[in-house]
Design a protein around this ligand. Structure first.
Ligand code: ADP
Length: 171
């Protein structure tokens, strides 16, 4: 199941939220900073033990003070001009995050798992929103299974409308 909502991802009552992190996994601006502030300093302590994360890869931590039980940290590509493998790298973020969520579900013998994604790379990393939305939606659709619910969390009205239209187009 794929849904979209408008709001602050740190408030989501889901099993897992995804963080648009940086390679060092040391927190930062945008959604990354918001998640670290809401989760508390233990999140940073755990992140420091992970040895960083490559672009397109994903690593999981506990959720600490968040409602979410886990945080998946994935590093989106910085958008240069579209000729630097940005599309594949952004797609890998969604794919690897879903693989980790499914691994978490199986390891904990859960029937279902809910995962909230922010719009990775579309802030400071400057990925054009429409294109990033298409990649996110397509990749999730191709990698999801009936035990996984994905919610795209949009921060602005226009981002929300872009996702809503994308989902309607594909219904
Ligand atoms: P990146 O560096 O991957 O571009 P940003 O955090 O700058 O990451 O932006 C990614 C997206 O997250 C943007 O669409 C931004 O509007 C959104 N965003 C920022 N804060 C939040 C939040 N608290 N909840 C959900 N989305 C957020």
């Amino acid at each position: 199941m794929i849904e979209v909502c408008k709001g602050d991802i740190t408030k989501m009552d889901v099993d897992i939220i995804v963080n648009a992190a940086n390679k060092k996994l040391i927190g930062g601006g945008g959604v990354d900073g918001a998640i670290h502030r809401a989760a508390g300093k233990n999140l940073l302590e755990e992140c420091k033990t992970l040895g960083g994360c490559e672009v397109g890869e994903a690593k999981m931590t506990l959720g600490y003070n968040l409602k979410a039980k886990r945080v998946i940290h994935t590093v989106g590509p910085y958008y240069k001009d579209g000729n630097h493998n940005e599309k594949e790298l952004l797609s890998n973020c969604y794919k690897n995050s879903i693989l980790l969520a499914e691994k978490y579900r199986l390891e904990n013998s859960l029937e279902n798992v809910s995962v909230a994604f922010p719009c990775i790379s579309t802030g400071l990393y400057r990925y054009p929103f429409n294109e990033a939305c298409s990649i996110a939606y397509k990749t999730v659709k191709e990698n999801i299974n009936p035990h996984i619910k994905v919610i795209f969390v949009c921060f602005s009205d226009s981002d929300y409308k872009t996702y809503e239209n994308k989902i309607k187009e594909n219904d």
